[in-house]
Design a protein. Structure first.
Length: 160
């Protein structure tokens, strides 16, 4: 598992935009920026839709006020699903959706999880991290299906 102080791996994300899908590499998203990144096991899933994503959407101005350039959400879902979820959650202006459709990023950072027992297959663990210029500054990984340390409120509390 990636650790605080380590650089994010170079992977490609598919990013839904108003003009369609855009492919972006890690350096384009995180290079030279402060990014609040959070990961969910799946778009449209109950906790992710009712609590996790809304916490970041609702606190977007507070993140910006504390020097965060970008709030990004990643999930092992395709860009069509991530785009539809952003529209459904009314967050496309505040949160960059990073589709990790094949789970390459989740595996590369060691935060992948097997959700086969729920009929969902390979996914990402639920977590949040603060990334400055591609380097992990804070990392908050949930255990056992909880939703506590990965919340926007928790990550905001870690910002100085």
């Amino acid at each position: 598992m990636i650790k605080v102080g380590e650089s994010l791996p170079d992977v490609q994300f598919n990013v839904p935009t108003s003009e369609g899908m855009k492919t972006m590499r890690t350096a384009e998203i995180f290079g030279g920026k402060t990014v609040a990144l959070f990961a969910v096991p799946g778009a449209f899933t109950p906790t992710c839709s009712a609590r996790h994503l809304p916490s970041f959407r609702d606190k977007a101005a507070e993140f910006k006020g504390k020097g965060v350039d970008t709030i990004a959400c990643t999930a092992v879902n395709d860009h069509f699903v991530m785009g539809a979820w952003a529209k459904d959650q009314n967050c496309a202006e505040d949160i960059m959706m990073l589709s990790d459709g094949s789970g390459e990023f989740a595996r590369a950072v060691g935060l992948d999880a097997d959700f086969s027992k729920f009929g969902m297959g390979p996914r990402s663990k639920r977590y949040s991290m603060l990334v400055k210029d591609g380097v992990v500054k804070e990392l908050n990984v949930e255990e056992g299906g909880e939703y506590k340390v990965s919340s926007a409120e928790h990550l905001l509390g870690q910002l100085s």
